[in-house]
Design a protein around this ligand. Sequence first.
Ligand code: AMP
Ligand code: MG
Length: 503
Amino acid sequence: MKTIIRTIDQNNIEKAAIQEAGRILQEGGLVAFPTETVYGLGADALNEEAAVKTYEAKGRPSDNPLIVHIAEFSALPKIVEEIPPLAEALAEHFWPGPLTMIFKKRAVVPYGTTGGLDTVAVRMPENLIARELILAAGGYISAPSANVSGRPSPTTAEHVYTDLNGRISMILDGGSVEIGLESTILDMTVTPPMILRPGAITREMLATVLPYVAVDPSIHGEDRDTAPKAPGMKYRHYAPKAELIIVDGPAKLAVKAIRQIAYEHVSKGEVPGIIGTTETVGRYTHGIIKSIGTRNSEKSIARNLYAILRAFDEEGVSVIYSESFAAEGMGDAIMNRLEKAAGHHRVSAEEIVRMQKYHQIMFLSESDTSRGPMAAEILRNQTLNREYDIISRGLIVLFPEPVNQKAEAIMASHKLSMASYQSKMFDPDEIEADTLVLAMNMSQKQKVMSECGIEENIYTLSEFVQEEEQIGHPIGQPLSEYGKCFETIERLIKKLTQKLNEL
Ligand code: AMP
Ligand code: MG
């Protein structure tokens, strides 16, 4: 089958394209179209055979019912037995929009559409292309997400094309969707109404209309023995090709843990994928790093979630680590999809971080213009088994300065460079429980210990590697003294590398 693609502008909808798509649907064909949540795979909801085709095209188990899309509230009574007053109030508030409600079905809705159930899920989308298409198709379009079953839902027409080209008659390309996560599903056949799938209409929002909102316990994995009430929620879903692992914990800890794991992968010759945010991507050093959006806007994260999972398919990575997000408001829906995509594979950032004693190594010197930055750069060029954030700081740095020219010349003769470095003042707040502080001499160490009350994980470099030899003070001396100083530091750093690798 040749799949026709028609580009449509939501602000200037070309009627002819809608009519053509409507005709295909009325004749029992399949048309993918944009909604505000994700792209839907449309079929005539009242035609049993069309439902069969939908399942075939998606490779979807036929016990997983479809959602019926309507464009006007007046279309509802024809397909449902009764409309509870609360449902009317909800429709008033949230339709058109990303809320699906479940009702008792009338006989006109075929069992093919409802996966054999006596209930039917109904939604009125807001997207104007979707609404025009529903009207052109006769008022009732059944539409699951327009992806191959189990894959991340499509948020662009390109995603639909990748999954369904050749299997469906037409794709209406209306650009990227707004929300990016499937609708909230609310079962109105039970009292109180129960959320079967979280979405952009949150529990808090529903609670402004409903006296009480129940939540299917299987959504949060609280009740693993009971099947979810929305049949589709029991399948592994939204999954990228790579294994996805969620790293639980506050962002800062998650970054540390993911850096640690990514480094281990890279040292084994593997390239992991990393899902970070605008706020954290700059903190990662190894792996293929992508931002899912900003922590200041859950909407941005929801909108990018599926696209980012698909983007990693193209990178060919075999494992992806993702930061986790607060499960409040829309974060609930985000975490629900992420967990399903990960097959509930979660690890604790804290436990991972605890397995590595030091994460930051700080070299402490007087001015941070020669010995300290030299030590840091030499260590960065060693083969370390684990990842460390290697920094240098000075006890007396009035303003940032480039490194000493003689120190740079000696480094350059060893094919190392600190040319872009600027000295930085020591700040005790940078020291954490997993920071190893290595001073160039005893007086620097003692100063920090007595003035800042830091007692642990602070040594002189010589002391830490159990060497007698002290590092000289080359400032103001000829180049040859810098050369000697380099050799001492290099020897100590090699011992340090060995020691760190044995930890
Ligand atoms: P999708 O259109 O891909 O978002 O999938 C539709 C979702 O709605 C699936 O999770 C279905 O299990 C759920 N659903 C559809 N109809 C019903 C129904 N009558 N009762 C419970 N869940 C339903
Ligand atoms: Mg789906």
